[in-house]
Design a protein around this ligand. Structure first.
Ligand SMILES: Cc1cc2nc3c(=O)[nH]c(=O)nc-3n(C[C@H](O)[C@H](O)[C@H](O)COP(=O)(O)OP(=O)(O)OC[C@H]3O[C@@H](n4cnc5c(N)ncnc54)[C@H](O)[C@@H]3O)c2cc1C
Ligand SMILES: NC(=O)c1ccc[n+]([C@@H]2O[C@H](COP(=O)([O-])OP(=O)(O)OC[C@H]3O[C@@H](n4cnc5c(N)ncnc54)[C@H](O)[C@@H]3O)[C@@H](O)[C@H]2O)c1
Length: 482
């Protein structure tokens, strides 16, 4: 094997978002790099993740929106769905996004790119699936994650699919059983339903996306259950491949009647698994956690005190695009400067689920605050009577804000509601600036806008913190419906 030994300063395993970020930073320190990719270039985000999922959601939301036009007094039928055209646009636009990534990869130094899967032989040596061996002074692991599929689902045989399959469809199916009411299940399940696919969403323990605040979770359950069949605490007793598809026998609630239904596909959206189990990581001296993931410092991405760094979904921490990008760059920089290693402050946590209404989490979650024993106060604000939301007929939503007692600093928020991708950004920026609730309230709020609902929530929180008066009901100087 050693006849093909290549020696480099830095090997980066994986050329996704984190790997590409690591490469760009590492280049600032050395030109001796192996950027290794076993699968397809293009990144999970662009190929089968963030971008194609939003491309599927866009027509689904547009069609759903048309269904409320009647309430404005606009008459007319809801547009019919041409599944082939919908999927054609999803694929074409997706390919365009992938094309941009591939242009970047094309621009990388050819001598740096290695097309093979890598495994550890020892702490410095990697065996490649093409038979070559690489010895690297420093290594960045950026191998991403893959769908986690419970064994139970294998009974669906060839009708078992994941997000990796959906965005290659040529047409929409007639029916889909979506398992997992996490982020992927909610986004794809609701979009498929809105595009006329007979969709059932099967959850577990009443979980909804990333929500931990019981009040928001309950509200979200109500919203989604009123729109499509959502068995948030269902029990599935059997899954069978039958001639027409997948037969699923289930109870919608533990004490409800058992029912059997055949779906064209079973879509597994039951979480993701770090691609660390196929790296022979045990051939290194790294300390592993109970999931088999190397223990690392999230401020430097360094595994222990070693020359190995881990970034992106593979570290199982915050599987989001902007985090993978930040982590990749930090890992690449530190791999470049090793043995000197710098710590960098991380950004305020921010998560958005592109369901409708949108779900968002910012800063510390409710469950983290409860566990941390930090003294905090909270406020709740509904968007059902919020002026701008009612004008636009998007008045479904509930927001909970958490602030630190004594300092009045905003700590976090969980929410479901209209335009919450934007409100969540305002809140995360405020939290990152360590602003108090009083200081945020000094910022301008226009009228009439959805942000006025956020202002009401902040005023209520200020009062809960004993730092401001109870806001007047239907406050006219705040604008009607604020
Ligand atoms: C359906 C879906 C929707 C999503 N939507 C959003 C969203 O809206 N917003 C958001 O912020 N995040 C979203 N995400 C999450 C986001 O896509 C990921 O957090 C991000 O893409 C992770 O990047 P990464 O670099 O860690 O992994 P990847 O981009 O997956 O890169 C890892 C690379 O490593 C390669 N590899 C694996 N093992 C080896 C090996 N042994 N040797 C060599 N190469 C290897 C893989 O082939 C892959 O190319 C979504 C994810 C999914 C699945
Ligand atoms: N908008 C976004 O930012 C976005 C979109 C999609 C994905 N993502 C990222 O991808 C990650 C993975 O998404 P995901 O939805 O696969 O994972 P997830 O962890 O968000 O949700 C998985 C869900 O599956 C449920 N589950 C597990 N086993 C089950 C079973 N047997 N039956 C029914 N339900 C079961 C869990 O209770 C959980 O609610 C997310 O954590 C997120 O970071 C982000």
């Amino acid at each position: 094997m050693d006849n093909q030994l290549k020696q480099v300063d830095i090997a980066i395993i994986g050329t996704g978002t984190a790997g590409m970020g690591a490469y760009r930073e590492a280049l600032k320190f050395t030109k001796s790099i192996a950027l290794i990719e076993g699968g397809e270039y293009g990144t999970t985000c662009a190929r089968v993740g963030c971008m194609p999922s939003k491309l599927l959601i866009a027509p689904a939301e547009a069609r759903h929106r048309a269904a409320v036009f009647e309430q404005f007094g606009l008459q007319g039928s809801v547009p019919s769905v041409d599944g082939q055209l919908i999927m054609k646009r999803v694929r074409e636009e997706r390919d365009r996004f992938v094309g941009f990534v591939n242009e970047d990869v094309d621009g990388f130094d050819e001598t740096h790119k290695v097309k093979a899967y890598a495994k550890f032989i020892d702490e410095h040596t990697l065996a490649l699936s093409n038979g070559e061996t690489i010895r690297a002074e420093r290594i960045v692991i950026a191998t991403g994650s893959r769908p986690n599929i419970p064994k139970f689902f294998e009974a669906a045989e060839d009708r078992l699919i994941t997000n990796d399959d959906v965005f290659y469809w040529n047409d929409l199916p007639k029916s889909v059983a979506v398992f997992g009411a996490g982020v992927i299940g909610l986004e794809l399940g609701q979009a498929l339903h809105r595009l006329g696919v007979d969709t059932h969403l099967f959850g577990a323990n009443d979980a909804v996306g990333p929500l931990s605040d019981p009040a928001i979770r309950e509200y979200a359950l109500g919203v989604f259950k009123s729109e499509f069949p959502f068995h948030s605490n269902g029990e599935v007793s059997s899954i069978k491949r039958v001639a027409e598809g997948v037969e699923i026998t289930f109870k919608s609630e533990p004490d409800s009647q058992e029912q059997t239904k055949v779906f064209e596909y079973l879509l597994a959206a039951t979480g993701r698994r770090a691609n660390v189990d196929n790296l022979n990581i045990e051939n290194t001296q790294l300390t592993l956690d109970t999931r088999g993931i190397p223990v690392y410092d999230p401020l430097s991405m360094q595994c222990g005190h070693s020359h190995i760094f881990i970034a992106g979904d593979v570290n199982g921490d915050i599987p989001l695009l902007h985090e993978a990008s930040d982590e990749g760059r930090l890992a690449g920089e530190n791999a470049g400067r090793f043995p000197e290693v710098f710590k960098r402050a991380r950004k305020t946590p921010l998560g958005v689920v592109f369901s409708d209404p949108q779900i968002a989490t910012v800063g510390k979650s409710y469950s983290q605050l409860v566990a941390s024993k930090v003294p905090f106060a909270s406020s709740s604000v509904s968007f059902e009577n919020q002026g701008r939301a009612r004008v636009m007929l998007v008045n479904k939503g509930l927001m909970r804000l958490y602030g630190e007692k004594e300092t009045g600093i905003l700590l976090g928020a969980e929410m479901i509601g209209p335009s919450h991708e934007h409100l969540a950004h305002l809140l995360s920026w405020s939290i990152q600036m360590r602003m108090t609730v009083g200081e945020i309230l000094q910022m301008p709020f226009y009228h009439p806008v959805i942000e006025e609902g956020l202002r009401t929530g902040l005023r209520l929180l200020l009062n809960e913190l004993n730092m401001g008066p109870q806001p007047p009901l239907n406050c006219i100087d705040c604008g009607p419906g604020a």
